[in-house]
Design a binder for this molecule. Sequence first.
Ligand code: KG4
Ligand code: ZN
Length: 340
Amino acid sequence: MILAIETSCDDTCAAVLDGEGRRALSNVVHTQTEHSRYGGVVPEVASRAHLERIDGVVQKALDDAGTGLDQIERVAVTVRPGLIGALLVGLSAAKGLAYARRLPLVPVNHLEGHVAAAYLADPTLEPPFVALIASGGHTALYSVTVSGMTLLGQTLDDAAGEALDKGARMLGLGFPGGPALSKAAQGGDPTRYDFPVALKDKSSLDFSFSGLKTSLLYKLKVFDEGEVREELPHLAAGYETAVVEALSRKLLRAADLYDAPDLYDAPDLYDAPALVVAGGVAANASLRRRLIEESEERGVKLVIPPPELCTDNAAMIGAAVPNTLAVPFPDYLGLNARSV
Ligand code: KG4
Ligand code: ZN
């Protein structure tokens, strides 16, 4: 079995998977609540909270899977990208556990982990496919083949999740902003206010969310508190819809480009039979609805992991093991985490 650990941001996570990394036997996520009073993740607070929780979370993952450390054959851990102090807690724990039992260690890239969640959701999925990763820290489109991931386009400024978090904050909603905005948007009219979708008609596969943020800021300037409360569902719905529109448009454009992949220096697109959406923002209900409809219309296979596998978790890190080189005992003691 594989023991996987993820501590790149504000979730302390551990999971146990079968030896192939294709089935999660447990998946424990402890979301740190220490950050809510700051309206965003405070790196040093995150590191300390990971340190306090990691042993208990690993133990719970083993218990939930009905197993013990003696059954573990490989330890997988997120080594990049993320908050450096937070990553170091998970990596140190993983090194200690692996070293004590002379096991190999598998250093996983967090973004490859997000994509690997799709293999847990659909074990029949195989590269090549096009993947959209939309999280709090990243928004990018990749062509995924057996030999790795090639970047097709990415955000020029904020990540989609970051835009949702900042928008929610401007509207006085809680953190994380994505789910808070969705809740506030219920019953709202997304067309009442005009929010911009950047690079809409450009042929590039890049994203930009800074204009959207500015647009909300200017709209709010002319409202008093009472008006903001009254207009909240419409503002939230309009803002969320603009993010959903930007993400779906570019992913579907990548799908439509099967016929002209040379334009994008991505010849693998020729054969890409499927679309994958991953990262915390993929938990968004209206994004899921929109993409399910559009991909059905196009007859393209679409894999979006269930929401609990979209937001940060360790099962996805374990699922990246088959595509990641393991480091043998004891060579990984010198291995370092990286923030980018
Ligand atoms: O992947 P993730 O859990 O952590 C990072 O690696 O960043 O993504 C977190 C982001 C946050 O910005 C959060 O607001 C957003 O994902 N998010 C959502 C939803 N759940 C989480 N955004 C929209 N709708 C959701 N249901
Ligand atoms: Zn993530």
